[in-house]
Ligand binder design. Sequence first.
Ligand SMILES: Nc1ncnc2c1ncn2[C@@H]1O[C@H](COP(=O)(O)OP(=O)(O)OP(=O)(O)O)[C@@H](O)[C@H]1O
Ligand SMILES: [Mg+2]
Length: 330
Amino acid sequence: MSRRIAVILGGRSSENPISIASAQSVVRALESSGDEVLAIEVGRDGRWQLGTAGHPELPARLPGKEVATTLSDVDVVFPVLHGPFGEDGTVQGLLELAGVPYVGAGVLASALCMDKDVFKAVLRDHGIPVTENITLRLGDEPYSPFDFPVFVKPARLGSSVGITMAHDDDELRRGVELAFEHDEKVLVERFVAGVEVEVGVLGNLKPFASLPGEIVVTHNEWYDFEAKYDDGEMDLVVPARITEEQIERAQELAVRAFVATDCEGMARADMFVRDDGEVLVNELNTIPGFTSTSVYARLFEASDIPYPELLQRLADLAVERFERRRALRF
Ligand SMILES: Nc1ncnc2c1ncn2[C@@H]1O[C@H](COP(=O)(O)OP(=O)(O)OP(=O)(O)O)[C@@H](O)[C@H]1O
Ligand SMILES: [Mg+2]
């Protein structure tokens, strides 16, 4: 069934170029399935425009049309935005107000998964093992109760921006300073030695997990920004080279975390299989990198759901949720 789908891309966060790369893949695949696609670009300055200016592979600028009327005149909206002001519930709130079906997590789940501090508190409450951390607030002194190395992170960002692996007090101090440039809340985490795995989750009321993939970083010490986006810096091994039992445990925890945080549609669970065999959840990304060669797409490709079909399923799930919730009385 062909649909009119609006893809929102770009965005105010530093992940703007990553969103544009994701959106190019998404638009191409939706069009190849027969959908009519409109692009809505959000600039780094926060301005919304219908169509895109400088991206030849994306639908062009449409003069004389309004973003607001277009949003309510499509079958589905697909926000392909990463990080703050896109993946964090703000855009999802706008789409709720516009009364239009949209792909992915709703307002609460988006905001919750964006905040690594509150996210882990909710998972702990559900008995789901997570990476250990303390949280610093603006004005707090740099501090860590853990042995070095530790990870220092802004609470609400992605793509490893502002994250430091600190090996001593000096690096901890500088790491905390850097993280506070990006957020008012900073996490200091115990280092997890083990295998880094990622699991894709898909679905609404009955979500299911993809095969886990193993992140193998080839040149850097950890999965930093370069390892994520420079060619040849990361190998994804699917399925991850862990035991059958650990594969099942990772899938089970990914789905439980998805349900515990009220996610719908999709999410990518980033996890660790610790050297002692214990599986820990690190975070859920509600709008993961979405090119056809991004981890999320490759995990489902390996689980027999090719990229174009993945996108159709996500659009179906958006409509299903919308219809379901429309029947509620409030
Ligand atoms: N506690 C930890 N122990 C060991 N490695 C860690 C830890 N926390 C983070 N890392 C490393 O840092 C990377 C980035 O961390 P994390 O996934 O929390 O950040 P992010 O910026 O939100 O990532 P994403 O791009 O997935 O949104 C991880 O993929 C992992 O390689
Ligand atoms: Mg991550």
